[in-house]
Design a protein around this ligand. Structure first.
Ligand SMILES: [Zn+2]
Ligand SMILES: [Zn+2]
Length: 263
């Protein structure tokens, strides 16, 4: 599977590090050009043609930084005569999306526009622990430990598997599943705050570099490539320095525009 990183930070900001500017964007991973994981970044970085190729969007949770470009994606696709795009999430996520975003107040209900027979979006309710097939990719959502109901994901195709932590504090089930995954090729784990802000990480149910390492060790595969993401842009340099000091052999920090091949 091919993963294009549209956004991989815990917020949106232009940062300047050592004279180089970088545009940090909220989470959006595009798999095989057709499956989105979260929609914090999608419409603002893809051409209309690329947006039209998206067939499914999986939302890990209902926090705004993970769904905020779904309204503009809907607007861009409403006139397309293709099949509706499937928006998938666990029940509380789908309920929040309809109650608070596509509620005819904040934004029109694109699950019934332009008309009920030809909607722009259709819902798919995910069940925790139950695998679902989206195109070539099989996806298992697994609950993690965040402020609101949230899942991490295990993605599989015939080449291999990838585990994605989602927004989480310390958790167990997803790492147990990852440890058992016979063909696991890589893992994405969040690290939102630097180590000295562990109180805020606990209060907001996120990880620091040190906590991230403990979560990674639960998989029991020290050589596994680990891609760290959801760094808060304002602490990016400090978090990156602390991550490099962890001595994890195959650690990478995700960056917008990067493409990763799981094969
Ligand atoms: Zn987030
Ligand atoms: Zn969150």
């Amino acid at each position: 599977m091919k993963i294009k990183i549209l956004g991989c930070h815990g917020s949106d900001s232009l940062t300047r590090e050592g004279g180089t500017e970088h545009c940090c964007r909220s989470i959006g991973f595009l798999i095989n050009d057709s499956l989105m994981i979260d929609a914090g970044t999608v419409s603002s970085v893809l051409t209309l043609e690329s947006q039209q190729r998206i067939r499914q969007v999986i939302l890990t949770h209902a926090h705004f930084d993970h769904l905020k470009e779904l309204p503009s994606l809907a607007d861009n696709l409403v006139s397309c005569a293709t099949n509706p795009v499937t928006i998938a999430g666990i029940p509380p996520v789908m309920e929040s999306l309809k109650a608070h975003i596509f509620n005819e107040v904040i934004f029109p209900d694109f699950f019934g526009l332009p008309d009920m027979d030809h909607p722009t979006f259709q819902s798919k309710v995910l069940e925790e622990g139950r695998e679902v097939q989206f195109g070539d990719i099989r996806v298992t959502p697994i609950p993690v430990n965040h402020l609101v109901p949230t899942v991490g994901l295990i993605l599989r195709d015939h080449h291999g598997a990838l585990a994605i932590s989602g927004d989480t504090h310390q958790t167990e089930a997803i790492w147990q599943a990852a440890a058992k995954e016979p063909n696991l090729k890589a893992v994405f784990i969040e690290a939102s705050f630097p180590d000295e802000m562990s109180d805020l990480a606990l209060a907001s149910k996120h990880l620091t570099p040190s906590l991230m390492k403990k979560e990674f060790q639960k998989i029991g595969k020290p050589e596994l490539p680990v891609y760290v993401y959801h760094l808060k842009p304002q602490f990016r340099e400090r978090i990156a320095t602390q991550l490099r000091q962890l001595n994890i052999p195959n650690l990478h920090i995700l960056l917008e525009g990067q493409e990763i091949e799981i094969s």
